[in-house]
Design a protein around this ligand. Structure first.
Ligand SMILES: C[S@@+](CC[C@H](N)C(=O)[O-])C[C@H]1O[C@@H](n2cnc3c(N)ncnc32)[C@H](O)[C@@H]1O
Length: 218
């Protein structure tokens, strides 16, 4: 791999996460990126799936039968980490069918749900998952804090929601004039969940730091 190759992939990642980009533009880009996405993630040294899956393993312990939702599953990189750790009851949700089609070839997930994370109600029962993990999807032009009530609703009381994203995205993923962290706190003040950890991970993606949030549903 040349450094020019890696630079090209870094530029794709930058352009798909530029504040102001629309969901339609984002989905078009993922549609044409789906088949080479995994290679790109290797080149940009993306470690979000590894860090987030480690937290899932920590919170679930020996409960290998836990039902997990990979929200914003893409091509299944998080699912692959979870499968390697012995979890096999995992559903994938993503807004881009082409990304889900690539994930399907890996045979990791039980269900493939093509849907948007946002303020609208998902076609998923309340308190359905023991753990909901969302990696690289709380990003400009992707999903914002508007999706948090749904992530909370579909996760069981006592279960966990784990969210990982690059730190630079956080100022751009608020909702209705409040920041992402404001909304995390608002839902905590409303006794919907409690924060277990907000961990800053240096070199989450290349030289970029990431934040991995762990919340427990009340
Ligand atoms: C950067 S990729 C991350 C994929 C995977 N979690 C990973 O870590 O490799 C972001 C994924 O989120 C999906 N996505 C973007 N906005 C979304 C939304 N509002 N609802 C559901 N999926 C969305 C994209 O289609 C893409 O597959």
């Amino acid at each position: 791999m040349t450094s020019a190759d890696a630079e090209k992939d870094r530029q794709v990642v930058d352009s798909i996460t530029t504040p102001g980009i629309t969901v339609e533009q984002v989905m078009d880009m993922y549609k044409s990126w789906a088949n080479s996405y995994d290679q790109s993630m290797i080149k940009v040294l993306a470690k979000g799936p590894i860090f987030a899956a480690k937290v899932v393993k920590d919170v679930l312990g020996d409960d290998r039968k836990a039902l997990i939702l990979d929200a914003g599953a893409g091509t299944g990189l998080v699912g692959k980490e979870l499968q390697s750790a012995g979890f096999s009851y995992i559903d994938a949700l993503d807004g881009c069918q082409d990304m889900l089609d690539v994930a399907k070839e890996k045979g990791i997930y039980m269900k493939y749900i093509c849907a948007y994370l946002g303020p609208d109600k998902l076609d998923i029962p309340t308190a359905h998952y023991t753990c909901t993990v969302c990696v690289g999807t709380i990003v400009p032009g992707h999903a914002t804090a508007a999706c948090l009530p749904e992530l909370i609703r579909i996760t069981k009381p006592g279960g966990h929601v784990i969210i990982a994203t690059r730190e630079v995205h956080l100022p751009h993923v608020g909702h209705e004039g409040k920041s992402f962290d404001d909304w995390l706190q608002i839902h905590e003040d409303d006794n919907l969940w409690r924060k277990l950890e907000r961990k800053r991970v240096p070199e989450y993606q290349g030289e970029f730091a990431g934040i991995v949030y762990t919340y427990q549903i009340l």
